[in-house]
Design a binder for this molecule. Structure first.
Ligand code: SF4
Length: 492
């Protein structure tokens, strides 16, 4: 049964795409389930929301489990003059839950929307504008619109201090700015709600912004293999090409390109072979000093910091994989560390890594600024490692560079220089069969396994998957360097 009133969440879906919104209501089975990383973001949002309530100790929680009861209790409590959490406002055919409705004097109320992000985003304005419209239609006098979001400069010391963790920003002016035309937008989405047929919507920038739409695979499947949406840094202009009837990268006119890498991509697609800048690759490979250490960290990052001395969204390393190649062509040796439990994983991880990295030889990472940042933060937290971390810096080598610079580009990379694109394109080894296939899921899976809510058997499966995933990142780097070496030599 479709809902009889339009909620704020559904309005925002409808605002992004009428088709997606309709499918949500009438063909939900076509929408893929949310992945673990997205579910983690939702769950974290609830945790953050609960913490924000502590900013208003005399606030009243409106129950969320019974829709009708929550409307009644909200009405009753509006006369209490106290802050209301999750106030349920219904006005005709629209409704919303207000995170915090805070009395502002003179009979007015401030709307405070709580977000677990560390910045204010444009999509937050439409979100709050809808709430304000709903509240005003219910007869409420609204004062300011505010956003409570995470202060990522906050450093945990003992108990979390909500007053320091949150930044509360007045966004009334920005909400005003998006409120022109809001009524029409609401009417349009309400119109879709009562439509029997799914509206036709052409693909466009709305497929990726403000959120990546989960129906992309379905809606984009009519496109040919090397289509313009895979154009490197194509941005929204990619969709202009489609509007002009150009679907294939090979057909993009030369004057469209904004950089040389896009030309290399097109050339590589047309020729059906990799573009190889032999000289640049040889220069890169010449920098490798044996033994070579291929290093990858897995990290998690939480909005609410877990350990003293850390800040929101700090990357906390809990695992590393290290493949060591002693000499050119030698078989790699593999080492791995995976923390257990929810104790701060960093001291043991640093100790273990220090014992393995030796004092000479290149340390190769794919997008090494990330590994370097993790190492710097380790040294910041545990000063006894400062000298060691400083000594690693000159040994670091970024394997991402030859691909970012398009010194090597394979048409199967489809416009991406990420490890997940480069490895399958060069070697045929992909991440499809793995239980964990990206770093975000790895972090979330680790937290799920070690926070103690799973059975021992489930935990073991996750730990095996983590080992396999992180190990593939570093064994993949070894394969990539071998392939680069072959490619450079073949062209000599
Ligand atoms: S992929 Fe694009 S067109 Fe298709 S439902 Fe999603 S946003 Fe709409």
């Amino acid at each position: 049964m479709p809902p009889s009133v339009l909620s704020k969440t559904n309005f925002l879906y409808g605002l992004q795409c009428h088709k997606y919104f309709w499918k949500l209501l009438y063909a939900r089975e076509e929408i893929p389930p949310v992945d673990e990383a997205t579910q983690f973001i939702f769950d974290q949002g609830h945790e953050v929301g609960n913490l924000a309530k502590k900013l208003f100790p005399d606030g009243i929680d409106i129950p969320t489990d019974d829709f009708q009861a929550s409307i009644r209790i909200t009405k009753e409590q509006l006369s209490s003059g106290r802050p209301l959490f999750e106030a349920n406002m219904v006005a005709g055919d629209i409704c919303c839950r207000v995170d915090i409705l805070n009395p502002a004097g003179d009979g007015a109320w401030d709307i405070i929307e709580v977000k677990s992000a560390a910045s204010v985003k444009e999509v937050n304005m439409a979100d709050v504008a809808f709430q304000r419209l709903c509240c005003r239609r219910s007869g409420l006098k609204i004062g300011k619109c505010k956003l409570a979001y995470i202060n990522n400069k906050y450093v945990k010391k003992g108990e979390i201090d909500p007053a320091q963790l949150f930044i509360i920003e007045d966004i009334t002016d920005r909400v005003d700015a998006v409120s022109d035309g809001l009524q029409e937008q609401v009417e349009a989405v309400l119109g879709v709600m009562s439509q029997e047929q799914c509206p036709e919507v052409a693909i466009g920038p709305h497929c990726t912004s403000p959120y990546s739409c989960p129906l992309q695979d379905k809606c984009w499947e009519f496109l040919p293999e090397h289509n313009v949406l895979a154009l490197y840094y194509g941005g929204n202009r990619r969709f202009e090409l489609l509007e002009n009837g150009i679907q294939e990268i090979k057909d993009i006119p030369d004057d469209f390109f904004s950089n040389e890498k896009q030309r290399i991509q097109q050339d590589s697609v047309i020729k059906g072979e990799a573009h190889i800048n032999r000289e640049a690759i040889r220069l890169f490979l010449n920098r490798l000093q044996y033994p070579v250490y291929y290093l990858d960290f897995e990290t998690f990052a939480t909005a609410i910091p877990l350990y003293d001395g850390t800040h929101p969204y700090q990357q906390i390393p809990f695992q590393f994989s290290l493949h060591v190649v002693e000499n050119t062509g030698a078989e790699p040796r593999h080492h791995m560390y995976l923390a257990e439990g929810m104790e701060d994983p960093r001291p043991a991880l640093a100790r273990e890594l220090k014992g393995l990295l030796g004092d000479r030889g290149s340390i190769v990472a794919y997008y090494s600024p990330f590994e370097e940042q993790v190492l710097r933060e380790l040294a910041g937290a545990f000063p006894q490692y400062q000298g060691w971390v400083d000594s690693l810096q000159p040994r670091m080598l970024d394997l991402y560079r030859p691909f970012k610079s398009f010194h090597y580009y394979h048409p199967e990379q489809k416009g991406s220089a990420s490890l997940k694109s480069v490895l399958p394109a060069m070697t045929g080894v992909d991440y499809d069969g793995l239980g964990i296939s990206n770093g975000k899921v790895a972090g979330v899976a680790f937290l799920a396994a070690e926070r103690g809510s799973l059975s021992e058997a489930e935990r073991e499966v996750i730990r095996e998957n983590l080992g396999e995933y992180c190990g593939q990142d570093t064994s993949g780097m070894v394969l990539i360097v071998n392939k680069l070496t072959e490619a450079a030599e073949r062209l000599l």
